[in-house]
Design a binder for this molecule. Structure first.
Ligand SMILES: Cc1cc2nc3c(=O)[nH]c(=O)nc-3n(C[C@H](O)[C@H](O)[C@H](O)COP(=O)(O)O)c2cc1C
Ligand code: SF4
Length: 480
């Protein structure tokens, strides 16, 4: 992962933990009643993909145990990982693109509900993403994938060359000459791996996204409702399809790109369709970016506008993340796919403990405050969720008391210690295992390996009933 050049090291601190009485009187542990969104406390575990679904997208026993463990800590809400809305093979990513996925999801809901004694609301994050391929070996690219176009033939000096001669010649050239000869996107396919964009409107399935996605999201949301989830979070963040429509880099010319008003059209149309399908009493919100944190990307001013429009449309909550884009991702190794959390924008999404003057804790709070204020200025009370480096009570409580957000998300801190919520609420905050923000978990995510935390995955591995990772080296669920 990219790290700021300043390389200042930070350590998460416990701050002052509250007594049980102080916790009971706090804003953090007070309920939130906002339309259909009803939380017993203002804590939230944002979506985290743990790579435990089956290869065909079904809930497994490991998925259930993973979320049960979070539920035992009794946070206000848990958002189940990004779950694919299409009925297409997507590897071990959870899916909700067909009714056959409903029974497994239903059981997951029941297990979480039991584990939290009904105290935790369970939402599911609905995602659509575009095609991406692994970086090819150079010879494979030149021999198999590179299109031999008339332009390339002309640039190489003529029509006499056979296709095979062109392929062989290109393969023999130094990188700078290859870069000069290939169109930008082809050079990207060679050096990063082929990746689709929402602006690839010459491709039918990309051009038709505005016609296709509302129905796909609405059907997925309906299945989530049937499975018993307490709400859905539409994934409009990071490197995926909906975020790409919102992005300032979206230059589509069909009315869905260009101006902010055009870029928000599809996200609003998807929301409208979802709302029609699930009714007015079912919590529907979205996650989007306070800032894309890439050159030429959307910034806070865009997010303030989007926040107002999404709130006006009737979203029940707005959860803000930041960064996590392909635009500045590092070059993957041959045979691996680009990962949108390897550049500066990735750092902003999951800040590491080696940081800059600002540090990794609460980098998203200031922009979220601006976005929330813009929503309030528009006369709307939609609750706003903030996340990013939040790990102690004082920090979380201060964010709420100073009205910078309405709900506090703890992702990696909840992974490090799923009992954070119950420990802090009961006055036992000193027992919390604090996240080190080392991003060991994120490294596992990058390799699509079962995600665990370095603070607990080697503890008591030989105890009966402890489920282990595929390599047998790590426990899959945090100990008590
Ligand atoms: C292993 C892992 C998987 C993640 N998967 C998702 C995801 O599926 N959807 C999402 O919106 N964010 C995802 N995130 C980002 C987190 O939800 C969160 O925004 C980020 O970690 C910053 O919050 P934190 O500092 O509290 O961890 C993931 C993060 C991690 C560490
Ligand atoms: S591995 Fe554990 S300690 Fe390290 S960043 Fe992830 S959750 Fe925090």
């Amino acid at each position: 992962m990219w790290k700021p050049p300043e390389r200042i090291k930070y350590i998460a601190t416990s701050g002052q933990w509250p007594t049980a009485a102080q916790a009971a009187a706090s804003t953090l542990f007070s309920p939130l009643h906002s339309g259909p969104l009803q939380l017993q406390q203002r804590t939230w575990v944002p979506a985290m993909v743990p790579w435990r679904a089956s290869d065909d997208g079904f809930v497994t026993e490991d998925v259930m145990q993973w979320y049960e463990r979070f539920a035992r800590g009794k946070p206000g809400a848990i958002v189940i990982e990004a779950t694919g809305i299409r009925d297409v093979p997507s590897g071990p990513l959870l899916r909700i693109g067909h009714d056959r996925f409903i029974p497994g999801l239903q059981e997951l809901v029941e297990r979480v509900r039991n584990a939290s004694d009904g105290e935790t609301r369970l939402l599911i994050q609905l995602i659509d993403f575009l095609g991406i391929r692994r970086r090819p070996a150079a010879d494979k690219y030149f021999q198999r994938f590179m299109p031999v176009t008339d332009e390339l033939r002309a640039a190489l000096g003529g029509g006499e060359l056979t296709e095979q001669q062109i392929r062989d010649h290109m393969a023999s050239l130094p990188a700078e000459q290859v870069q000069a000869l290939l169109p930008e996107r082809e050079y990207e396919s060679l050096t990063m791996g082929y990746r689709e964009r929402v602006t690839d409107t010459h491709l039918d399935h990309i051009r038709q996204l505005p016609q296709i996605l509302p129905e796909l999201f609405a059907s997925a949301a309906q299945r989530a409702q049937q499975a018993g989830f307490d709400g859905v979070e539409l994934h409009y963040a990071h490197a995926y399809t909906m975020a790409s429509f919102l992005s300032a880099t979206n230059t589509r010319r069909d009315g869905y790109g260009g101006s902010r008003g055009n870029r928000i059209r599809l996200p609003l149309a998807v929301y409208k369709h979802v709302r029609q399908r699930v009714g007015t009493h079912y919590p529907v919100g979205c996650r989007f970016l306070s800032d894309e944190c890439v050159d030429g990307g959307s910034e806070v001013a865009d997010a303030m506008y989007f926040g107002q429009r999404l709130a006006q449309a009737g979203m029940d909550f707005l959860s803000l993340s930041r960064g996590g884009k392909f635009d500045d991702a590092k070059q993957p190794k041959v045979g691996e796919a680009a990962y949108p959390y390897t550049g500066r924008s990735g750092y902003e999404c999951m800040p590491h403990h080696i940081s800059d003057q600002q540090g990794p804790f609460g980098r998203n709070v200031a922009p979220v405050t601006q976005i929330r204020q813009a929503i309030r200025d528009a006369g709307l009370q939609t609750p706003v969720v903030v996340a990013g480096g939040i790990h102690n009570f004082e920090q979380a409580e201060q964010i709420l008391q100073s009205e910078q957000a309405d709900i506090v998300g703890l992702a990696r801190q909840a992974l490090a210690d799923p009992d954070w919520f119950s420990k802090v609420k009961s006055g036992n905050g000193r027992e919390v295992r604090l996240c080190e923000y080392s991003n060991y978990c994120e490294g596992l995510d990058q390799k699509h390996k079962q995600v665990t935390c370095k603070l607990w995955d080697r503890i008591d591995r030989d105890q009966p009933g402890v489920a282990l990772s595929k390599d047998g080296k790590r426990r899959l669920v945090a100990p008590y």
